[in-house]
Design a protein around this ligand. Structure first.
Ligand code: ZN
Length: 587
């Protein structure tokens, strides 16, 4: 395969060089250059992208006459990635952070984007590689990274697939370029609603969406098109396809409404552990799965795919409160759990274990935190407390309306109320204390949820000895300690250590950014959590530093935080299997 490196040079010379190569890209460049020379349509910013044969994503900006500077609307987290992965593609283009400048006399600026993952848990990847690279690969990208809205001007998006390849956008699978035109009013509306988030204001520009370009293998499924990394093994491919078909069929059934159009799913493999994915408002789904399959992948993968499929309804077909992500995340988690139990990929024991993990982590993690404090963080508590809340809310609803299969019963939450909010959930659950916890309480969330679970007979409090503390307890404690030093928490959790992997742009005062962390003050956090906690407190109250200990035997001294994380709770909530069985398993 011929590779065509794009270097800044005089546009005309560039064009001649490319033509002499005679590659596809040379011909495409000619067509492109001819379009460019025709001049921009007055009052419209054209943003046009294509996948180049060298595996890069090339995005060209053609502003209306008189406009020479474009401002991308990046989130701060994107800056480091952007500086590393994006470069000007020609002499017409200057890139200064998220500002694009056109050289004098130029009508178009072009950037070259080298695909690469942004972060372990990034929402909306700016250019995620799909495939190992080379001719049969492709790229999936979130338009929020590329939009540069110009007030009082229209916006035209054009995405062109490579020869022999496809574009997948808004669930449409096409072998030719796809164009969307937005009027100036839409751009003005978006700018008027613009805030610091990657959220709803982008919808007016259709920039909350993901686009795929490339030649990765694909196949049709009941609701649309599935594109997968060619390295994905048949077993996992089959699991994904089957779960998509089964969950969407069942969700269409219980909601009484299907998707408004065809859907698109893109599966990318990566060398990072764990699964990650998201959906957009235009029925696209991104799934990142680890390169190597492991033994218990199948149930995880099914739950992960079902979770994302639920978002097609709770965030796509219906709407949600973006200020309260634990509602739609918890709803997706809990609905996927109920689907798993109903469809048979989870046993009741699996559900009990999953509920125990989520409830334990949520109650421990929010024992001193209010609902508002929890909702302001985006992390694992979003999912764990979200699931706990949905479980409690449905159990309360069930006390008054004990009818229907659990999946169908949960679907009634949206019946006649397409917007998911705390008010709606409180009304559906119909219980005064839960309503108070959701709407007005300034009391800590954990004890409130614990009381609910106890009243419902779903959980009993049990006192623990140190040896009974779980790896999850250790991870929760370490997360609180990391949060006391860093702007957030980002690590891969294992049962004997955590591997630090801070998100782009995350700052820590004195913690390192990498390392397999196992000990605090010489005490193993996994196995002797209480001793580690006591040693930490001893060091910090004596005004000393404390030591992080890593798997390779190294130690690093770090400064004590102004306030120490809470000591591990020597209590657990034991989920009562009998209650779950009576409620969730069909008689
Ligand atoms: Zn989700």
């Amino acid at each position: 395969m011929k590779h065509c490196q794009v270097q800044p040079s005089h546009p005309l010379r560039h064009l001649i060089q490319r033509l002499s190569i005679g590659s596809w890209f040379g011909r495409a460049a000619l067509v492109w250059a001819l379009i460019a020379s025709a001049g921009a349509q007055a009052g419209v910013l054209h943003i046009e992208g294509r996948w180049a044969e060298d595996g890069s994503l090339q995005v060209a900006y053609r502003p209306p006459e008189g406009v020479q500077v474009l401002q991308l609307t990046h989130k701060p987290e994107l800056q480091v990635w952007w500086a590393r992965n994006v470069a000007p593609a020609d002499a017409c283009t200057t890139l200064d952070g998220s500002t694009i400048r056109l050289a004098m006399g130029c009508r178009q600026a072009t950037i070259k984007v080298t695909p690469g993952l942004l972060a372990a848990n990034a929402q909306y990847e700016p250019a995620q590689p799909v495939g190992p690279g080379g001719a049969t690969s492709g790229v999936l990208f979130h338009l929020g990274a590329y939009v540069a809205p110009l007030a009082h001007h229209g916006l035209r998006w054009v995405w062109t697939p490579p020869e022999g390849g496809h574009v997948l956008w808004q669930g449409r699978w096409l072998a030719h370029a796809m164009t969307v035109d937005l009027p100036a009013e839409a751009v003005n509306t978006a700018l008027a609603k613009r805030d610091g988030r990657q959220g709803p204001w982008l919808q007016h520009l259709q920039a909350d969406q993901m686009v795929y370009l490339g030649r990765a293998p694909s196949q049709a499924f009941a609701q649309g098109r599935l594109v997968a990394d060619e390295r994905l093994d048949d077993a996992r491919h089959g699991v994904i396809l089957e779960t998509l078909n089964r969950s969407t069929t069942r969700l269409t059934d219980v909601y009484g409404v299907g998707l408004v159009g065809s859907a698109g799913v893109v599966v990318a493999l990566s060398d990072r552990p764990g699964f990650h994915g998201d959906t957009d408002g235009a029925r696209m789904m991104r799934l990142r799965v680890p390169q190597r399959a492991t033994a218990n992948d199948s149930a995880w993968l099914r739950g992960f795919v079902a979770h994302e499929a639920v978002h097609w309804w709770n965030m796509g077909r219906f709407s949600t409160d973006h200020e309260d992500p634990w509602l739609h995340e918890g709803h997706a988690e809990w609905m996927a759990t109920l689907l798993g139990l109903e469809q048979g990929w989870l046993t009741l024991e699996d559900v009990q274990a999953a509920v125990s993990r989520a409830v334990g982590a949520c109650v421990d993690g929010t024992f001193n935190q209010t609902r508002a404090e929890m909702a302001n963080q985006r992390g694992s508590l979003t999912y764990q407390c979200g699931l706990t809340l949905m479980l409690v809310a449905q159990a309360r609803h069930h006390q008054r309306h004990a009818s229907g299969e659990p999946v169908a019963q949960l679907a009634t939450l949206h019946q006649g109320h397409p917007h998911l909010s705390r008010e709606r959930l409180a009304a559906w659950a119909g219980q005064a204390d839960l309503r108070d916890l959701l709407l007005s309480s300034e009391a800590p969330l954990g004890p409130g949820l614990q009381a609910q679970l106890q009243q419902l007979g779903l959980a009993e409090v049990r006192t623990l000895s140190e040896s009974e503390l779980s790896p999850q307890d250790s991870r929760t404690w370490l997360a609180a300690l990391m949060r006391s030093d860093c702007q957030g928490v980002s690590f891969y959790g294992f049962d004997h250590e955590v591997r630090l992997a801070p998100n782009e742009g995350m700052q820590c005062a004195s913690w390192p950014t990498v390392g397999a962390l196992q000990r605090i003050e010489g005490q193993p956090v996994f196995g002797a959590l209480v001793s580690a906690d006591v040693a930490l407190r001893r060091a910090c109250t004596a005004g000393r530093v404390y030591r992080l200990g890593f798997a390779d035997g190294s130690e690093q001294a770090v400064a004590c935080p102004t306030s120490l994380p809470p000591a591990p709770r020597m209590q657990t909530l034991a989920i009562q299997a009998d209650m779950l069985r009576r409620w969730l398993v069909a008689k």
